[in-house]
Design a protein around this ligand. Structure first.
Ligand SMILES: Cc1cc2nc3c(=O)[nH]c(=O)nc-3n(C[C@H](O)[C@H](O)[C@H](O)COP(=O)(O)O)c2cc1C
Length: 415
């Protein structure tokens, strides 16, 4: 038998296995960029650990011969309650977001495309017409409108606005070094890490990653800014007020007639405010723990938020999803569907498009097994009574605030 670890069956049986393969395959700085997290990693750890605190009470008989898990998110039919959360996947795989888009399309679901993505919105929509485009609050308003118009013209079917990114730099496990661009000097500097990852290197043989953000290119410009250029623009843009969020929501909805999601909500008062502003959906999220460390896992904050907004808007969750049973727990706690980040990035790193499809298949079969074990025939039957929820599990952030935003906060926010 060959000793080459990559000669093994490319199919993997769990997301954890995909992550181990990604670690072996990627240069340490690329792997570290996907691990991400911030400060002591409390939020990243809680995102996964919180799912372990929730349990099921399965039936021994009376199971249903067929189970259904199809639903819709922002008007898009999806074959399982999972969509791809936007991530900047620079340098993981030469096909990048196009591979993710193809895999999502082949499994009947949506891709959320980051504005920091390595592939253009036009290429991604061509690979998967069910694309939502994601934007940060960065650049002047006219530039934001240009970017929205481009995404709309390309065929993006929804906009995701991500505001919860404060970019805390220090990590107790060390931050990866990200090069500005890939040139000879960088190649020499990173050679010791890269040389030990021949398969990753070989995959880029014809096309080294150029580490730019094509979706941030000005009209008529062939190339977008580098990651650091994009980061500089974001750093120098004053953070958005609630009025700005309303402006963005209305711009998109009026220009496109298509739905708008606010990603990163964890407080009940913010969720109510989002409803008042007219958003169509929110994702309860702490940015995969990459934002303000100490923010609880979204699965803890979801129930209060879902109860507060009822069916006025769609409520999704992202953060810590690694298996189908996590998806089922999130839906039972009040999410319409979930968005996944690292899970598909590990799949992409482990085996490209097939690896992302592999992750979606793992989640689908895990959702199916959980429904089977609980004697259910559909995800529509899921509710909290079907879970074992320990006392004190949930966090009701901002639930005591009766008006959407307290006056003093509103005053500061719009000052
Ligand atoms: C490497 C990495 C890059 C990310 N880039 C973005 C981004 O560009 N835009 C965005 O809205 N969220 C971004 N996120 C956050 C994800 O969309 C999502 O909220 C998070 O990954 C969910 O947690 P999970 O990784 O545990 O699934 C990123 C996350 C990671 C890990």
């Amino acid at each position: 038998m060959s000793k080459n670890p990559w000669a093994q069956n490319p199919w993997f049986e769990s997301v954890a296995v995909a992550q181990r393969r990604a670690k072996k395959r990627l240069p340490s700085s690329v792997y570290g960029a996907l691990v991400a997290g911030s400060e002591r990693g409390q939020s990243t750890a809680d995102n996964e650990a919180a799912f372990m605190e929730l349990g099921f009470a399965p039936h021994v008989a009376g199971h249903q011969p067929e189970r259904s898990m199809a639903t819709t998110v922002m008007g898009q039919p999806i074959s399982l309650p999972v969509i791809m959360s936007p991530t900047g996947v620079q340098a993981v795989h030469p096909d990048g977001e196009v591979a993710v888009a193809r895999a999502a399309a082949s499994r009947g679901t949506v891709i959320g495309l980051s504005n920091f993505a390595s592939r253009s919105v036009e290429e991604v929509v061509a690979a998967n017409p069910q694309t939502f485009f994601q934007m940060y609050w960065t650049g002047e308003r006219d530039v934001m409108i240009q970017r929205m118009e481009r995404a709309h013209a390309a065929g993006a079917l929804g906009l995701i606005a991500t505001l919860d990114w404060s970019f805390s730099m220090g990590r107790d496990w060390g931050s990866p070094e990200i090069p500005e661009k890939v040139d000879f000097k960088t190649a020499v500097k990173f050679a010791p890490q890269v040389i030990r990852k021949p398969r990753w290197l070989a995959s880029f043989a014809r096309d080294l990653p150029d580490l730019t953000s094509p979706n941030l290119a000005a009209p008529g410009q062939a190339k977008g800014p580098t990651f650091f250029g994009a980061y500089y623009e974001w750093m120098t843009t004053p953070p958005p007020t609630w009025d700005d969020v309303q402006w963005m929501t209305e711009q998109w909805q009026q220009m496109s007639g298509r739905p708008f999601m606010l990603k990163g909500v964890c407080r009940v008062d913010d969720a109510r405010r989002a409803v008042d502003l007219g958003v169509d959906a929110i994702s309860v999220s702490n940015h995969g723990g990459n934002n303000l460390d100490g923010t609880p896992a979204p699965i803890r904050t979801l129930p209060a938020v879902a109860d507060a907004v009822g069916d006025q808007i769609e409520v999704l969750l992202d953060g810590g999803i690694r298996r189908g049973s996590d998806v089922v727990k999130a839906v039972a706690m009040g999410a319409r569907a979930v968005m996944i980040g690292r899970a598909y990035l590990w799949g992409l790193a482990a085996n490209g498009e097939a690896g992302v499809g592999n992750v979606l298949d793992i989640l689908r079969s895990g959702i199916d097994s959980s429904l089977l074990g609980m004697g259910l025939s559909s995800i529509d039957q899921l509710n909290r009574d079907l879970l074992v929820i320990p006392d004190g599990f949930e966090r009701h952030l901002g639930a005591a605030v009766t008006s959407a935003v307290p006056d003093d906060v509103a005053a500061t926010a719009t000052a």
